[in-house]
Design a protein around this ligand. Structure first.
Ligand SMILES: Cc1ncc(COP(=O)(O)O)c(C=O)c1O
Length: 442
């Protein structure tokens, strides 16, 4: 098999380098922070279903254990255990605000991204009506489109669909430009599809929508595990992602920026209407998960320091540098897989086979790689890969509209292999060996 790996990048030569002295992400350090790599069934079989949910880092697990052991009481009362619980919840919010470049009032925790978008849609439905226009895509996971479509229908607003290129699954900004009008009130799109893997240019698309006065809701679920953006700098009104895919707890995190929390009608208890963090999260907080949500940022800060960053660096600086380091590592591992799949006539690779990303200003090709076997079913190929110790799956991954839009039969769907920064080159070698075995050998 030809060696398709890029040579390790010498960061002393590279303008992309976040660190002065480090050449590559230190995988032994990274993997030592994830107890799952010592667990039976996970330690010896490469995990390629990270887009479904990632392993939790030790900092997250330890924080949960501590919370449930020491402070599992109603928070914000005067006794010590309760006060500490409340302080931990506040600290999580503050840390996430720093990491994402926003304010604490703009951070909302909810049970999942699906419920966060559901509540958002309910709120938009109370202010939109006939004459207003809502744009959604057919590239999204159903969470960022279904509730908005139903909301448009119920409120009488006009729904417009920004469609992917049927051959590539990519969204063309020109397509959005053609749909925007002075009546557009809301535009919803993904930072990155959970099937196609290519980052969309959120800042540019947001600026286009803002020009006509529309609000912008971005689903960052498939992007955030590969790097935490400066959400404030992106300019979006709402940015959503799921912490359980970002090495953390099972919560949805929603950033509500540019005053949108006040503009949307309160969805919480009437007597909490003045509290920014309660207006759009009627489910009420999961205390333990909120308190422990910030622990993953300790992991990222530790990674920063381990690679030469200063202990004094703020969280935004640390997560930006670490995100860049992750992406450089991921990009090296994407190339051989999309190259292999792109070269095989027996499979249709979804998304781009060329690689960009890993340096500031470029769009990242996230390591979420989907393909359709031409002579076997996706289910059959996924089972054969699992039988060879490759932990992956097949199906529609709740992106049925996308699959229909690119002419993939959604019931069988695609085979998806997805990885993150803790994935090793040896895992990719095992994946390529198994693919060769399952797809190329007849
Ligand atoms: C791209 C994308 N958006 C939204 C969701 C929904 O997230 P949650 O499971 O937190 O509701 C998922 C879940 O897989 C997803 O992959």
């Amino acid at each position: 098999m030809p060696n398709r790996y890029r040579e390790p990048i010498d960061r002393q030569q590279s303008t992309a380098s976040p660190y002065a002295r480090v050449v590559d992400l230190d995988l032994s350090f990274v993997r030592s922070q994830f107890p799952a790599f010592g667990a039976p069934g996970l330690s010896d079989q490469p995990f390629f279903e990270n887009a479904g949910g990632s392993f939790a880092c030790a900092q997250t697990i330890d924080a949960l254990h501590r919370y449930y052991t020491e402070t599992k009481v109603q928070p914000y009362a005067e006794y010590a255990a309760s006060a500490t619980a409340g302080e931990q919840m506040d600290a999580s919010r503050t840390k996430w605000a720093q990491a994402l470049g926003v304010t604490s009032d703009e951070i909302q925790f909810g049970p999942s991204t699906s419920i966060n978008t559901y509540v958002l849609a309910k709120a938009f439905g109370e202010i939109l009506g006939a004459g207003d226009e809502v744009i959604v895509t057919n590239q999204d996971h159903e969470a960022n489109t279904g509730a908005m479509r139903r909301m448009a229908k119920a409120s009488g607003a006009t729904l417009r669909e920004w469609r992917v290129d049927p051959a590539t699954g990519l969204l063309d900004p020109e397509g959005l430009a053609a749909l925007l009008t002075s009546q557009t009130r809301l535009v919803c799109f993904p930072h990155c599809s959970n099937i196609v893997g290519q980052e969309n240019d959120v800042a540019t698309l947001t600026a286009m929508a803002h020009k006509v006065g529309a609000r912008v809701v971005v689903d960052g679920v498939s992007f955030a595990p590969h790097g935490l953006p400066d959400v404030g700098a992106l300019g979006v009104d709402v940015y959503l992602f799921s912490l359980y895919k970002v090495y953390s707890v099972h919560q949805g995190l929603m950033v509500t920026a540019n005053g949108i929390t006040d503009d949307l009608p309160n969805q919480g208890h009437y007597f909490n209407a003045e509290l920014a963090n309660k207006r759009l999260t009627p489910a009420g907080p999961d205390h333990a998960q909120e308190a422990c949500a910030g622990a993953v940022l300790d992991y990222m800060h530790a990674t920063h320091v381990h690679h030469g960053g200063s202990t004094d660096d703020d969280l935004r600086t640390a997560v930006a540098s670490v995100s860049q380091l992750w992406q450089m590592h991921e990009t090296q591992l994407v190339e051989p897989v999309v190259g292999w799949l792109g070269d095989h006539d027996d499979v249709r690779l979804i998304g781009p086979s060329s690689i960009s990303g890993g340096s500031a200003g470029e769009m990242h090709r996230c390591p979420t790689v989907a393909f359709v076997p031409r002579t076997k079913s996706s289910a059959e190929v996924a089972s054969a890969l699992v039988a060879r110790g490759i932990l992956c799956g097949s199906g529609d991954f709740y992106a049925r509209r996308l699959l229909e839009g690119i002419d993939v039969e959604p019931d069988d769907g695609v085979v998806r292999v997805s990885w993150v920064h803790y994935t090793a080159r040896e895992d990719i070698d095992r994946l390529l060996g198994a693919l060769q075995d399952v797809l190329a050998a007849n």
